[in-house]
Design a protein around this ligand. Structure first.
Ligand code: FES
Ligand SMILES: [Fe+2]
Length: 397
């Protein structure tokens, strides 16, 4: 086994990562410290915390966070670890509660994390010092992010530069219409690398490839793109590009990006046959036949069509397992069964993610082989390439 320094020094530019990056627990331990616990991760939408006591639990890389709306309207984040002997306090994924009661010996915490009851403790026991520990929570135009450190990266530029594109879709007043979890038995980087490139789309995703234009050659793509831009203007959609990805983010700031790409002519939105699946969002007055990409740091990505938004969150479980969480969001006032049907809404990215999972698992099996050696990236894998180059820089920092 080579040291991490040797491994990084030997990594050939323009090639996939060395096997050890995917298999070595020491690499994963460094990723936890430098990348995973340092970055913001999407944990839901404010509409999921509408009432006091509404809570959700986010599990990432062996850590667990409770996010809860307090009595006075604050959104609090706590480490889901009892201050008695360390049991998980909350075993539900989400719900509404007045207090959290530890299932082990019954210590009870209020919505501000304060210990409010502990049986049979000595008279001089100091409850005040036994509040749940905090994790960082921030809301960016309706999206709730969590970070497992006290000194998280700044979201200031992200909040400022994405304000305009996010207002276009009225992110603040969306609601989550469906949510699904896909556990992927593969290293987290393989899962995100797959999301970063569309070299595989033509071979692996017939459903996606017939509507998204990312696989087209430059000339044809420029033509459909221009057509969409004309339609965008007619539909009241602003033409904005923000590019401040993780690769370019300066120290202390989390990366982010926004762009809009044309769908093929007959597709109004990301659905089975391209027909609408929900009421138009925000400022859209009609379908421009486009789909936007939002990128919030290294783990949270979003596809924004004219009538719904699909948020992807990839997180590690451990060094050989990862998770993909998808949120399908529609206008807050849309009514299920009348304005949208969950099966129609989720169809495209559910089938695509199920086939991605299979691809990623096959990739992982091969990467673990003694015959694996890094291979060269195609021109169509440049985002993936810059993503892994960013990881290498973070590990070196
Ligand atoms: S570990 Fe929670 S009450 Fe004992
Ligand atoms: Fe894919």
């Amino acid at each position: 086994m080579r040291s991490i320094e040797q491994l990084i020094a030997n990594q050939q530019s323009g090639y996939s990562l060395d096997q050890q990056f995917y298999t070595d627990p020491a690499v994963y331990a460094l990723e936890l410290e430098r990348i995973i616990y340092q970055n913001w991760i999407l944990a839901g939408h404010v509409s999921q915390f509408a009432e006091s006591g509404d809570f959700r639990v986010l599990n990432v890389a062996g850590e667990s966070a409770i996010i809860v709306r307090s009595q006075d309207g604050e959104l609090n984040g706590f480490a889901n670890v009892c201050r008695h002997r360390g049991s998980l306090v909350c075993l539900d994924d989400n719900g509404n509660t007045e207090k959290f009661s530890c299932p082990y010996h019954g210590w009870m915490y209020d919505l501000d994390g304060k210990l409010i009851a502990a049986r049979n403790m000595p008279d001089d026991f100091d409850r005040e010092s036994r509040s749940l520990k905090r994790v960082s929570v921030e809301v960016v135009h309706g999206l709730v992010f969590v970070c497992f450190t006290d000194k998280p990266l700044s979201l200031e530029s992200c909040r400022r530069d994405l304000a305009e594109p996010m207002a276009m879709f009225d992110f603040e007043s969306l609601k989550v219409a469906a949510q699904k979890t896909y556990d992927i038995p593969a290293n987290w980087k393989l899962s995100i690398e797959n999301y970063q490139e569309c070299y595989h789309c033509a071979t692996a995703h017939p459903e996606y490839a017939r509507m998204h234009t990312l696989m087209l050659g430059q000339d044809r793509r420029a033509r459909v793109q221009q057509h969409m831009q004309e339609r965008m203007a007619a539909c009241g959609v602003r033409d904005i590009n923000v590019d401040f990805t993780d690769a370019a983010a300066p120290p202390g700031e989390m990366g982010y990006a926004y762009s809009r790409t044309a769908l093929f002519e007959k597709y109004k939105t990301g659905s089975k046959d391209g027909s609408p699946v929900a009421p138009l969002l925000g400022e859209f007055t009609d379908y421009d036949h486009g789909g936007s990409d939002f990128n919030f740091g290294p783990f949270s990505f979003m596809l924004a069509y004219s009538d719904h938004i699909v948020a992807y969150v990839f997180t590690p479980i451990d060094h050989t397992n990862s998770r993909c969480e998808i949120y399908w969001m529609v206008r807050g006032d849309a009514v299920e069964g009348k304005d949208y049907d969950v099966d129609e809404l989720t169809w495209l990215w559910d089938v695509t993610t199920i086939s991605d999972k299979e691809i990623i698992v096959n990739n992982s099996k091969g990467v673990h082989s003694k015959y694996y050696e890094p291979g060269p990236f195609s021109e169509m894998e440049k985002e993936e390439r810059s993503y892994i180059e960013w990881i290498l820089r973070e590990l070196q920092a």
